[in-house]
Design a protein around this ligand. Structure first.
Ligand SMILES: [Zn+2]
Length: 243
């Protein structure tokens, strides 16, 4: 395999991760949602990597904050949602639903997943079974519905749930333990959720990253993928907002 994924644990209050997708033969990397420029610079310098693309999922500052600084003295493409161009003017390659982009010989598919924000997009790489999904799908949870409707978010999550079960899910935040507590609260008899809760709790005690997840695991343990109507989704999301 010519590619590997690196994780930068930002260790900020929002528990962000910055994912780097490396093309191993050239050591070129894509940075996904680089919230902190200096952490990307330091990581690349330490590992001999060369930043060659930036992929953004949505406009929130904790996903885009590092971009202006990373562009100083660097001419690289910045991909991001066309519908959020007014909020993220440094996007050089605006993307819309079902666009395709390339990183070396990889074909990357873009899906629009409105709900958390109106323009939110995700990056799906079939050849690697990889999904970079920002703040739409989380391990055992989902993003808050800030700008879109519950109906939009429900359909966006269903779109991601229909990806191949083996797809590895790289979301942006380490929210898994809090999500697991809520999942156990709403599905106390779900054995898969009980087992995953125990595992996640142990991982977090050791300070370990609980990602990536998989679509298969999310279908078994994520209550937001297990509701069967928009109304039920809305009830669940509103309950989680107060949890
Ligand atoms: Zn966000």
């Amino acid at each position: 395999m010519n590619f590997q994924i690196h994780m930068i644990d930002v260790k900020n209050q929002l528990q962000n991760y910055i994912w780097l997708l490396e093309h191993i033969p050239t050591k070129e990397v894509v940075a996904v949602d680089p919230t902190e420029a200096h952490m990307v610079e330091d990581y690349c310098a330490e590992h001999g990597l060369k930043l060659s693309q930036i992929w953004l999922t949505h406009w929130h500052k904790d996903h885009t904050g590092g971009v202006p600084e990373l562009l100083i003295n660097r001419h690289i493409p910045v991909y991001g949602p066309r519908d959020e161009l007014s909020k993220v003017p440094f996007i050089t390659h605006p993307l819309q639903h079902e666009a395709h982009i390339h990183f070396h010989d990889l074909n990357v598919e873009i899906f629009a997943v409105p709900g958390h924000t109106l323009g939110h997009i995700v990056y799906f790489i079939d050849a690697l079974d990889v999904l970079f999904c920002g703040d739409t799908l989380f391990a055992m949870g989902c993003g808050r519905v800030f700008e879109g409707t519950y109906e939009q978010m429900y359909h966006s999550l269903n779109r991601l749930a229909a990806l191949p079960a083996r797809t590895k899910v790289y979301c942006t935040h380490e929210y898994t333990l809090a999500n697991a507590k809520f999942a156990l609260h709403v599905e106390p008899d779900n054995l898969a959720i009980q087992q995953r809760f125990d595992k996640v709790e142990a991982q977090r005690m050791l300070g370990q990253c609980t990602l990536p997840s998989t679509i298969e695991l999310e279908l078994q343990t994520n209550p937001f993928l297990r509701v069967e109507s928009i109304a039920a989704f809305q009830r669940l999301r509103e309950m989680k907002d107060q949890f």
